[in-house]
Write a new protein. Structure first.
Length: 270
């Protein structure tokens, strides 16, 4: 779901309405719903009627930019080669830029970049806006001996920290060891992580997948059901696949043996 309009990337999850409803008395719900739906319709109409326009340019556009993941199935396949050729891939997930207009997000396409000062200027502004933003609400879950930390926000930029794990660890004051960190991004407004150590087990990894699925279940438009792995100096990589509905873990051999046991010789373990 996420809204019926695709013009200029207008998106709205009904989860937003649900979260707003928790903060207001029931008597104020009709006004809140009407306001949010009007925002969606306005963004969709603008994107359809004025192709190529985001309504902002120069500094006014750059100050609203942020990096944003897109679930691959939520974008027409030809869009990546026709409208969003600048997109980056992080562990297989496409990362683009967007602007926030109250409760709606509008995607920044190739044709919008000149108004932001060009691609490099746009990315610099989007990243700085992410880095300077609040990290959101922290929570911790412990299952099967593994601690999973959740950073939850009302803004769809939250998952984008997956593209900048070193900056995130620095911001949190964490120093990951040689076995790295598992991440998940169940929804755009969430990111979870768990440090890999000699105590990490396959059962603990499966538990993190279960936590990810539980978090995604309450979202109208979940982002990814996979785990991602990273260690300092390396790239973020997808750490899971699903075969016949069962998770399969793919990691460097040294990390796999730390989790599955020395001498396993396994590159993958279900």
């Amino acid at each position: 779901m996420g809204g019926p309009f695709t013009g200029a990337g207008a998106q709205l999850g009904f989860g937003t309405i649900a979260r707003e409803a928790l903060l207001l008395p029931e008597s104020e719900w009709p006004v809140m719903v009407e306001a949010i739906v009007r925002q969606l319709i306005g963004a969709g109409v603008q994107g359809s009627a004025v192709r190529g326009s985001l309504g902002y340019a120069g500094p006014a556009l750059r100050e609203r930019l942020f990096p944003r993941f897109v679930a691959p199935e939520r974008m027409p396949p030809d869009a990546w080669t026709e409208e969003y050729t600048y997109a980056r891939r992080v562990g297989g997930l496409p990362l683009i830029m967007a602007i926030r207009r109250e409760q709606t997000s509008m995607y920044v396409a190739d044709r919008h970049l000149a108004k932001a000062g060009g691609l490099e200027s746009a990315w610099e502004a989007a990243e700085e806006n992410l880095f300077s933003a609040d990290l959101g609400r922290p929570e911790a879950f412990v299952k099967d001996g593994s601690a999973v930390f959740l950073l939850d926000s009302d803004h769809p930029r939250q998952a984008s920290w997956l593209a900048y794990p070193e900056r995130l660890m620095e911001r949190l004051g964490m120093d990951p060891g040689p076995l790295g960190v598992f991440f998940s991004v169940p929804a755009l407004r969430m990111i979870t992580f768990s440090e890999v150590s000699e105590e990490t087990t396959v059962e603990g990894v499966i538990s993190m997948l279960e936590v990810n699925a539980i978090l995604a279940k309450g979202e109208v438009a979940p982002l990814s059901r996979h785990l991602y792995w990273w260690r300092p100096g390396g790239e973020v990589m997808a750490a899971t696949e699903f075969e016949h509905g069962q998770p399969v873990l793919t990691l460097p051999k040294s990390v796999m043996e730390a989790i599955a046991g020395h001498g396993s010789g396994a590159e993958q373990v279900a």
